[in-house]
Design a protein around this ligand. Structure first.
Ligand code: NDP
Length: 398
């Protein structure tokens, strides 16, 4: 039996807490720690009420390596599940190395003062994790996460070479608010307002933010306009898929959402640099975050479904083929089970499955790993049973 330490008590942290508590065949102890302990206590009370299991809570500032090492040494968990913010990835990896604990996260490192995310900072830990005999699993959410594993599955079972990949992500749900983001508003807005980027024939190609769109027919939702975005799994998949010629990422946004975003950008509310206000320095996007709904609070009354998958085209036994591998998740169902909306759920469940792969030794190794570098089969079997069933369909060639 294993012990998990979860860091971060937001929308995703709540799901991870519920799902690790429910996985009593694997975890006999769960500790939920975050910057604001009262949020951990509220989640622990909900876990007790819904599932009758007790999880412990703690306070920690994950930006502070010494404080985190102290918590790790006191708790001695088998794994640290980082579902705080991307800003904490490096300090938490440092703390894991110092305390000798395995590490998992769902989003790659982002420096707070530059709206840029890439794996270089975390890949630079490769040698240190290898030497320490520890494992770090990067990006074990849905996208990145399950999408990487879908690509690994296509490479292992469906195609000899995976040449073209389009990752398509649709939230066909409705939370009834005029404007809200489904995960941390600051991280979400930084991602969406960045320049688009995709990989083709060995080169990165850039596009203006949200300037390229296409229609996709999402199972369970229907046709939706989808916009080309840069997303972090493109970086590792471009490196790790054999024979790849092009990989792109698409996400749906409604017109009202885009209109709000345009206005917020035009008036400077999405800026990430400091501005002077009333004799104080403030960062507009952080102020905006304080005004927007907490992603976890959207869960009650959220209706509709998410539909996310990978369209993979390539060659099998000399013939061109195209497959779509996807999951559909219902906001109201996830609320019933763990009081969360489907975006938090589709991120939190794969984090728990990734952690289970590591603590049970189904996935093992020393160093820093992206999801597609490990065997997709045990992961997909577990994630399907744990709440995210997935499907494979052969699709006509374009
Ligand atoms: P939230 O903003 O709801 O929660 C973040 C939590 O982290 C809060 O509890 C916050 O504490 C805590 N936190 C922030 N800074 C610190 C710190 N210095 N020390 C300790 N705790 C801290 O975010 P979400 O739950 O929506 O998202 C969590 C993560 O999941 C993000 O990294 C996000 O990018 C990632 N994600 C990944 C997806 C995927 O598919 N791979 C999809 C969606 C999200 P406090 O309560 O005090 O603010």
């Amino acid at each position: 039996m294993a012990k998990a330490l979860i860091i971060g008590a937001g929308g995703v942290g709540g799901v991870v807490a519920h799902k690790t508590a429910l996985a009593h065949d694997v975890f006999d102890e769960v500790v939920l720690a975050s910057r604001t302990k009262s949020r951990c206590d509220a989640i622990a009370a909900q876990v007790k009420e819904l599932h009758g299991r007790t999880i412990r809570t703690a306070q920690v500032d994950a930006d502070d390596v010494a404080q985190t090492v102290k918590l790790l040494e006191a708790e001695r968990p088998d794994i640290l599940i980082n579902v705080a913010l991307p800003y904490q990835d490096l300090t938490l990896m440092d703390a894991c190395l110092q305390a000798g604990v395995d590490y998992l996260d769902t989003a790659n490192y982002e420096p707070p003062d530059v709206a840029k995310f890439e794996y270089s900072w975390q890949w630079a830990y490769q040698e240190r994790f290898q030497k320490a005999g520890r494992m770090a699993l990067l990006g074990s959410g849905f996208d990145p996460g399950v999408t990487n594993v879908f690509c690994a599955y296509a490479q292992k079972h469906l195609l000899d070479t995976v040449e073209y990949v389009d990752i398509v992500d649709c939230n066909g749900g409705s939370h009834g608010k005029a404007f809200a983001t489904n995960f941390n508003p600051e991280i979400n807005i930084r991602e969406i307002t960045a320049r688009g980027r995709y990989w083709e024939q060995g080169e990165w190609k850039e596009t203006d933010p949200l300037s390229v769109s296409a229609m996709f027919d999402y199972p369970g939702v229907g046709e939706r306009k989808s916009f080309l975005l840069y997303h972090e799994e493109l970086e590792s998949l471009a490196k790790n898929l054999r024979g790849l010629k092009r990989i792109r990422f698409w996400m749906t946004f409604g017109e009202a959402y885009l209109q709000h975003l345009r206005v917020l950008e035009n008036v400077g509310m999405t800026r990430i640099d400091e501005v002077e206000f009333d004799g104080k320095k403030i960062v507009p996007i952080k102020f905006l975050r304080a005004l927007l709904p907490d992603p976890a609070s959207l869960a009650a009354g959220y209706t509709g479904k998410t539909s996310i998958g990978c369209l993979c085209e390539g060659v099998k036994d000399g013939k061109r083929k195209r497959f779509f591998i996807y999951n559909i998740c219902d906001h109201a169902e996830t609320y019933k089970e763990v009081r969360a909306q489907a975006i938090s759920y589709t991120t939190g469940v794969p984090a728990v499955t990734g952690a289970i792969m590591m603590v049970t030794g189904k996935w093992k190794g020393h160093g820093v790993f992206n999801m597609e570098q490990l065997d997709p089969d045990p992961f997909l079997e577990d994630v399907g049973k744990r709440g995210l069933p997935w499907h494979v369909e052969e699709r006509p060639l374009p």
